[in-house]
Design a protein around this ligand. Structure first.
Ligand SMILES: CC(C)(COP(=O)(O)OP(=O)(O)OC[C@H]1O[C@@H](n2cnc3c(N)ncnc32)[C@H](O)[C@@H]1OP(=O)(O)O)[C@@H](O)C(=O)NCCC(=O)NCCS
Length: 327
């Protein structure tokens, strides 16, 4: 099997900031409640007139530049997202068109809740490993602000918009994807969903009136399983990589809630200085959360060649998984 490494990362956050105090002026909440329950201080929101795909395009261009590659070098595009540009044809063709990829390069979307980027990275890596692609651009892009109910304080305060990307290439060196673990638990599918707008319940005037096109979450039901799921996948991916928890230099957990991140670190016995946290300024950006945090880690020079990085996520479905990399 061909070995695969990340050659470059990129990310994009829309310029409009929405702080907890801004939210407290609009609804019955407070900076104190949001900060102590979630660790979030502010989030970025895509402006009403902005085109969501442009976030993914900006992140992808930055990742390609970091990898020293151009659009013509992209052999495969995988886009992880929960809320596509349009139900048909999704988001990937919009990104392929805007990036001006080689005209016959394959592209597709992956839907795996907030674990979408981890799934997409594993898939892109596997396709290169078996020779189905020579390089892969993997993007996580999300504009959930357009699907949260701004009257539902228990959900709308948690999410933010953004995009992140990584370029995968074959390698003969020691850096690269070392181990992967992907899992699902459909007993939790009702905990996080958008009920209407799909084929099961197509959008009608009534579904819109009832607000069924909004994201609904039973947050309490996800809290504990999230820790268990990410811990299980991380242990399993490490074992497949022939490594142990002591070998991890950085863990980048999906940024859903600082308390979940802290509980995961405690469960795995990882010291806080090895855990990447950026939820304070981005909130939960779903599929974009891990590539944005990875890009911040890379661009600030904190991750060094040879270090072991664990990317772990859970989300709607419930889908969860971990990818272990050597940087
Ligand atoms: C959603 C979440 C932050 C709630 O935190 P919590 O500690 O369970 O909340 P609590 O049970 O202590 O508080 C709930 C109370 O706060 C209130 N509340 C909810 N949102 C609020 C807000 N934004 N501001 C103020 N009060 C709020 C509720 O109405 C409820 O009040 P009640 O007890 O009077 O009914 C937490 O459960 C969570 O993060 N869950 C995981 C969600 C997740 O990971 N989602 C992403 C999946 S990818």
């Amino acid at each position: 099997m061909i070995k695969v490494r990340i050659a470059g990362t990129g990310s994009y956050l829309p310029p409009t900031r929405l702080t907890n105090d801004d939210l407290a002026r609009r609804m019955d909440t407070s900076d104190e409640w949001i900060r102590t329950r979630t660790g979030i201080r502010e989030r970025r929101i895509l402006d009403a007139g902005a085109v969501p795909a442009e976030m993914g395009v900006a992140a992808a261009r930055a990742a390609l530049a970091a990898a020293g590659k151009g659009p013509a070098d992209v052999d495969l595009l995988i886009v992880a997202t929960n809320v596509p540009e349009e139900i048909i044809p999704g988001t990937a063709p919009y990104l392929a068109a805007a990036l001006k990829l080689a005209k016959d390069a394959p592209f597709f979307d992956v839907t795996a809740g907030c674990a979408g980027f981890v799934y997409a990275l594993a898939l892109g890596g596997a396709m290169i490993a078996v020779g189905l692609a020579k390089s892969a651009l993997v993007v996580g892009t999300e504009a959930l602000s357009r699907f949260v109910d701004w009257e539902d304080r228990s959900t709308c305060v948690l999410f933010g918009d953004g995009a992140g990307a990584a370029v995968l290439v074959p390698t003969e060196g020691t850096a690269g994807i070392l181990g992967v673990s992907l899992h699902g638990d459909p007993t939790k599918l009702s905990l996080l969903r958008i009920e209407a707008g799909g084929v099961r319940r197509p959008a009608t005037v009534d579904t819109v009136r009832e607000g069924l096109h909004f994201l609904r979450m039973e947050g309490e039901g996800l809290f504990r399983p999230a820790v268990t799921m990410m811990a299980r996948a991380t242990r399993e991916a490490l074992a497949r990589a022939g490594l142990t928890l002591q070998d991890i230099d950085w863990v980048i957990p999906h940024q859903a809630n600082l308390r979940i991140v802290d509980a995961l670190a405690k469960r795995l016995g990882l010291p806080p200085e090895r855990v990447v946290v950026n939820i304070d300024h981005v909130a939960n950006t779903s599929t974009a959360s891990i590539p944005i945090a990875l890009d911040e880690l890379a661009r600030t020079g904190r991750v060094e060649p040879g270090q072991v990085v664990a990317l772990t996520a859970f989300g709607a479905g419930a889908c969860y998984g971990t990818v272990i990399l050597r940087w």
